[in-house]
Design a protein around this ligand. Structure first.
Ligand SMILES: [Zn+2]
Length: 450
């Protein structure tokens, strides 16, 4: 019966990866109507010029517009040489109507249909050239508690609602040293100095994993894990320290067994885990993570909720941290919620980052939902079905609530309006501290992970 409900909801969700309905509202800017668009394919050529210590990107984005207006994209570094449908154009860095975030606007009006946007940029964040060995270390680290910290730090990108094919050619120019690349995309070696990475089409801007290091600078263990559905999942764990890869392998196998038993088969092509120093916390990508050993389980859970079922925006990011923290605290079941209210899912529609109070408030909310759902198998039973139906899809808080209500037959209006959308009743006196699984790292600390 429950599975029928999920199938029904899946049909209502509409065609796969056509997510423009989940974009924030278009708006009027000083340069004209700003419209969100649907990226179909983004092709990147990332060149590491080792002699000149310069990292450059050439990008070609194919996208669809459904309205007339000026298209939105984002890139933190300044883009150059923009070309839209074959003609040179300019762009401006603008703010959203409530000044929630900055983004880039192409200064050219387009009509509904297919378009191609090309540009170039350089970036220096998380790149380190090594003179002595003629090599480079670089990684596309991301963060979700601060805004503009996804792929837009490095390459032209869209907002999190959008799922699109990313193809990245990595070229090493003028370098003699060999390199290793760790990625959650499918990589082809074209030559010692040219690799192509094709990321799965379901990825959003917060999914890709890319880490290039001098050859053999990391200890690496490759093995496979037999999924409960019989698939052999390739797993790579790597770290500067050999003993850490042993511990990572053992922990990855243990956590994989636990998560598959609770939430069904692993949905990503592989698992890549980079073992960093104790105390560094971790960050999740899709079927990949850079993490300390202590946070590996938390980050792997995020391959189910965060990068399996994916948030469409900053207002739905609380769901994944709530589930992960609920698990971290031993899956508590509580008949009541010990805070008066919160607005962790009630920020502006343009906000991109997750509310950092989601761990504490969200975990308490999930413990309460588990108590309410105990007659229908508990919250885990719901989450297992939700993951089965919506893995590789992006979702919103409203979608989560609707499916929860379908599954349980319980109306949760009051609970969501109080504890998630509680615009009038935020618990100002409770400001939770930093979560150890997602520590804030300085720019230098992020660079030190390279
Ligand atoms: Zn987390």
């Amino acid at each position: 019966m429950k599975s029928i409900v999920f199938i029904f909801a899946l049909i209502l969700a509409g065609p796969i990866w056509a997510n423009l309905n989940l974009a924030p509202p278009d708006f009027d800017s000083e340069y004209g109507r700003a419209i969100f668009v649907d990226f179909k394919k983004a092709e990147y050529v990332v060149s590491f010029d080792i002699k000149n210590k310069r990292t450059s990107v050439k990008t070609r984005i194919s996208f669809t517009a459904t309205k007339t207006g000026r298209p939105i994209f984002d890139l933190v570094p300044e883009p150059r040489n923009l070309v839209l449908n074959g003609s040179p154009v300019s762009q401006k860095l603008i703010t959203t109507p409530g000044k929630e975030t900055k983004l880039r606007l192409v200064i050219a009006e387009i009509n509904p249909g297919e378009h191609v946007l090309e540009m170039e940029n350089t970036f220096s964040r998380n790149v380190s050239y090594n003179d002595k060995f003629d090599t480079v270390s670089s990684a596309f680290w991301i963060r979700d508690l601060r805004e503009r910290m996804f792929m837009e730090q490095y390459i032209p990108s869209n907002f999190e609602y959008d799922q699109y094919q990313m193809i990245m050619d990595v070229k090493l120019i003028g370098g003699l040293g060999r390199q290793d690349i760790y990625t959650n995309g499918e990589m082809t070696k074209i030559s010692n100095y040219h690799y192509r990475i094709v990321y799965p089409e379901y990825y959003t801007v917060s999914c890709p994993y890319f880490h290039i290091t001098p050859e053999k600078s990391m200890n690496r263990r490759d093995f496979t894990y037999t999924s409960i559905n019989g698939r052999e999942i390739p797993i790579t764990v790597y770290s500067p320290w050999g003993f850490r890869t042993r511990a990572f392998k053992a922990e990855a196998i243990k956590v994989m067994a636990e998560l598959e038993a609770d939430y069904g088969p692993w949905s990503h092509p592989s698992l890549v885990a980079y073992g960093t120093m104790p105390g560094t916390g971790g960050m999740e990508h899709a079927g990949a993570t850079a993490t300390s050993l202590a946070a590996l389980d938390h980050e792997m859970l995020h391959s189910y909720f965060a990068k399996g079922v994916m948030p469409a925006n900053g207002n739905s990011g609380w769901i994944d941290e709530a589930i992960a923290s609920w698990r971290d605290r031993g899956y508590q079941r509580n008949p009541s919620i010990d805070f008066t209210g919160s607005d962790i899912g009630a920020h502006s529609v343009y906000q991109r980052n997750t509310d950092s109070r989601s761990y504490v408030f969200g975990a308490a909310f999930m413990a309460y939902l588990d108590w309410r759902l105990q007659d229908v198998g508990g919250l885990k039973a719901f989450l297992r079905g939700y993951h089965a139906s919506y893995k590789q899809h992006v979702v919103t808080t409203e979608h989560f609530k609707n499916n929860l209500e379908f599954f349980s037959g319980i109306n949760f209006d009051e609970e969501f309006h109080t504890y998630i959308w509680g615009i009038n009743s935020p618990d100002e006196e409770i400001i939770p501290g930093e979560n150890p699984h997602h520590k804030h790292l300085t720019d230098k600390e992020l660079r030190d992970l390279l």
